[in-house]
Design a protein around this ligand. Structure first.
Ligand code: ATP
Length: 356
């Protein structure tokens, strides 16, 4: 059992509060992603779990053990950090074997694990080389292979794929996901890449300014962002937010009206500032007027292969819309947009938070 429990973790660097009393439970065998913009405290939190950073206050539990005062080496974790130090005097093979030899595993098991990890990271042909003779991206893969070979109950990873080119990154992501499910490690994985977070995480903890703003499944975080910040940070393009006015219990935007759910009306009353959030793929663009559609003007058409991404001017705001790959919209054209009502998220403009 390797549940990780963080209880009010606070870490400051002088006046900077890197993590603000963060609490989080990562379930046994769960893949938890810490996601957020640069400087939000992801690495500090991970280093706190690893025991590489002494926290100011709070407790860290791994399994049912309070490890807060234990040194890193006694926490029984494997880790890959951004500064993926590999041992320069050991071959790639011996680097990957290092943790296994520490565990005094028999040679046959060491060999098996080194080869399967190397295969997964596509570095089998480098096993006899020394780290100085491989590229930065390959060295990073050695560090990942070394960490996963141990099959530790807890695996902590900080941007482990950051130095790989886009295609390799995509491949490694899927392989890593498969392997870590097989091994049944509890994983905490830091990234600022939202696609990586969505694809890998069982849950994603979205961080900003040293706090966790939302911790939920990828689908929930994507579909039901708790705030405008999260809706804008996750998803490409970001979620659209259109400021609308509540009047007569209906909301007018770009010439169309939407009926807000009772919770929105109850929470805000008439006249309050509300934003309506909708994702590009939940808008249908039409070249002819239909009932309840918003009128807008096409500004930009970006053909992306699988679909065309439109930037549309609606009143004073710009809206991103996914149109069919075969659609033939032109810049300057007047079009009509229809929002899928069940996909609309209502936000309080003043707090930036979702109204549930
Ligand atoms: P990135 O994605 O850029 O690595 P991050 O989300 O991992 O960012 P942290 O590295 O945890 O963020 O940093 C959180 C805050 O703490 C930042 O403001 C950073 O400047 C500060 N910080 C981190 N480490 C130190 C340090 N050793 N000394 C002083 N300030 C630090």
């Amino acid at each position: 059992m390797a549940e990780i429990r963080l209880d009010n973790i606070r870490k400051t660097f002088g006046k900077i509060v890197a993590t603000r009393d963060v609490s989080l439970t990562v379930h046994d065998t769960e893949f938890m992603v810490l996601l957020g913009p640069s400087g939000c405290g992801k690495t500090t939190l991970l280093r706190g779990i690893a025991g590489l950073e002494q926290i100011d206050s709070g407790r860290v539990f791994i399994g049912d053990k309070d490890v807060t005062d234990l040194p890193s080496r006694k926490r029984r974790i494997a880790m890959v950090f951004q500064s993926y130090a590999v041992f320069p005097h050991l071959t790639v093979y011996e680097n990957i074997a290092f943790g296994l030899r520490m565990q005094r595993l028999p040679d046959s098991e060491v060999k098996k694990r080194v080869h399967s990890s190397a295969e997964l990271l596509q570095i089998t042909d480098l096993l006899d080389r020394f780290p100085a003779k491989v590229s930065g991206g390959q060295r990073q893969r050695v560090a990942v292979a070394r960490a996963i070979a141990v099959q530790a109950e807890v695996l902590l990873m900080d941007e482990p794929l950051s130095n790989l080119d886009a295609l390799l990154r995509l491949e490694m992501r899927a392989e890593l996901k498969r392997l870590l499910k097989d091994v049944k490690s509890t994983v905490v994985y830091v990234t600022h890449d939202q696609v990586e977070a969505l694809s890998l995480g069982d849950r994603i903890a979205v961080m900003k300014d040293g706090e966790i703003l939302q911790c939920d499944t990828p689908l929930q975080v994507y579909d039901n962002p708790a705030s405008e910040f999260i809706g804008g940070f996750i998803g490409n393009p970001p979620m659209n937010f259109l400021e609308v006015q509540l009047s007569d219990n209906a909301v007018m935007a770009g010439g169309a009206s939407f009926t807000p759910p009772p919770a929105v009306r109850a929470a805000l009353g008439n006249g309050a500032r509300v934003a309506l959030g909708i994702r590009a793929e939940n808008i249908v663009a039409e070249s002819v007027r239909t009932d309840g559609a918003l009128s807008g003007a096409v500004l930009v058409v970006e053909p992306l292969g699988s679909h065309n991404l439109l930037t549309v001017q609606v009143g004073g705001e710009r809206v991103k819309v996914n149109a069919h790959a075969d659609s033939r919209f032109e810049p300057g054209q007047r079009i009509w947009l229809k929002f899928a009502p069940e996909k609309i998220r209502w936000m309080n403009r003043d707090t930036g938070r979702a109204i549930s």
